[in-house]
Design a protein around this ligand. Sequence first.
Ligand code: ATP
Ligand code: MG
Length: 607
Amino acid sequence: MKRVGFFRSIHHKFVIIYVLLILIAMQIIGVYFVRELEDTLLQNFQHSLKERVNLLTYDIEEEMVKERGKDDPTLEEDIRKTLRDHNASDISEIRVIDAGSFRIIGTSASNQGIVGQRTTELKIKRSIVLEKEEGIIQVDTKTGKRVWVQSTPILSNGEVVGAVHLVAKIENVFAQMRDINKILATGTAIALIFTAILGVLLAQTITRPIVDMRKQALAMTRGNFSRKVKVYGEDEIGQLAITFNNLTKKLQEAQATTEGEKRKLSSVLSYMTDGVLATDRKGRVILINDPAAEMLNVSRETVLSQPIVSVIGLEEEYTFEDLLQEQESVILDYSTKNKPYILRANFSVIQKETGFVNGVIAVLHDITEQEKIDMERREFVANVSHELRTPLTTMRSYLEALAEGAWRDEEIAPNFLHTTQTETERMIRLVNDLLQLSKMDSRDYSLKKEWVNFPVFFNRIIDRFELSKEQNVIFQRKLPEQTIFVEIDEDKLTQVLYNIISNAMKYSPEGGQITFSVEEQEERIIVSVSDEGVGIPKDNLEKVFDRFYRVDKARTRKLGGTGLGLAIAKEMVNAHGGQIWAESVEGKGTVISFSLPYVRSEEDDWS
Ligand code: ATP
Ligand code: MG
């Protein structure tokens, strides 16, 4: 925590202001009080002196105007006596001067030598001439102390007969003032110490809760809300502390709610199957969930704070501003030659209440499968229409020819009719095949399974082909002797085998050999039909099981195929829980094999 500078701290401000206040107050009081006191003391001093001087002048006047006989003591002796009577400790000297001659006629000082001399003192002369009392504070040259020097005229019947000149010790008054000043100074010092202490204490009562609150605020910025400010009293600061504590509680609650919302949002995002990306208002990615990272094949760290248009690979077609305007979903095609991969992106703009754009949320959806299905469907419809159109156009032309008179020609007419017949059959076969496929697609069929000894069943089918074949092909059977019981739907498997064998015969050359085999494995049997025909190119080995797929369209159509035979076979074998595949060496021959689930029972071994 940063410390507050010395002179900026409330603590010190308080103390300094307090001390200054007291100092100023004491100064004002002190100056006023001391001056007044000094004046009063001086007045008192002069007053008491004046009374004594009045008495003295009266006595001396009495002596001066007295009628003296021969035996009476002289004026000087009487005055000396009077002065002795009036002597006081605070008076250093009293002189009496005769008005007519300005001669000193008496002194209280021990040095009586000056009696009879003329006075040189100007003050005395002035007070005699002006008939006025004069007093002044002077510094005694000998002692260096302050003295009160006063000359008073002595009046008798309204005439000045002389003057009294006295020097009084006034230093006492000043000493008294010094004492009082000292007392005042110590008082001030003590008051200052007390106010300083009080100031510190008072400042503490204010600063302690404030420092406490500051500490709490700092703790809050670090996310610690458990702290509480101590409430020291019920004053304004105490109320502030209570409000502060309330604020802390509210903040904690708000923080907890936001945290909860955040956690909810992040779990929603991570459990979503769709990809989600969010950007800030400049279009930089600030959030990406795992599915999105996976779909875009990027890592979260590299993508964060990158522009979204480049992350989803749209930087050439779109700017971020375009995305904000985009109402429809955008298709992102990441397909490569070998693998289709298509995403659909929907964008929604996050707006503040003010209408300002705060960012964009992009939701990505993998639509590869859907697109593939759509494409297949389109292709399928195109294929079907094409397959139907070919026989129909052939038939139309033949029928037209017949209608235009060919029916009369005994040689051509049966020929034409035969062709229309085969084309019709072909179409019926095609439609039947399609119906069968569509049934299998919608699972609208049931297998009538029975336990069948497979080699016997297979032999029977081969026999039928052997009997009816017109081509010159040699049949070679490699069937096991023992019984192999499998649970199959005979009709369906007959269809499968018919198709495979007829293909083999169709593509076999003159004198070629067709080999039939059944192999027994752990949990399945493998049925194969191999020929020595043209073979299938390696790339097409899997495709021959697709609907309408034919390696060489022109040639196969001549042979009467529609390209649905192996597709149906595949569906049926799969329905039995088996697999079907093709192996081939181009020009050398083809092997079509399929497997069927098989449980070897002990009975089989026995027989
Ligand atoms: P259909 O069986 O409907 O009358 P098809 O025989 O042409 O017509 P499929 O049985 O599905 O259709 O075969 C698909 C394609 O696979 C054939 O057109 C052919 O090109 C190729 N094919 C199938 N079996 C063989 C084989 N034994 N030798 C060479 N090519 C084959
Ligand atoms: Mg076929």
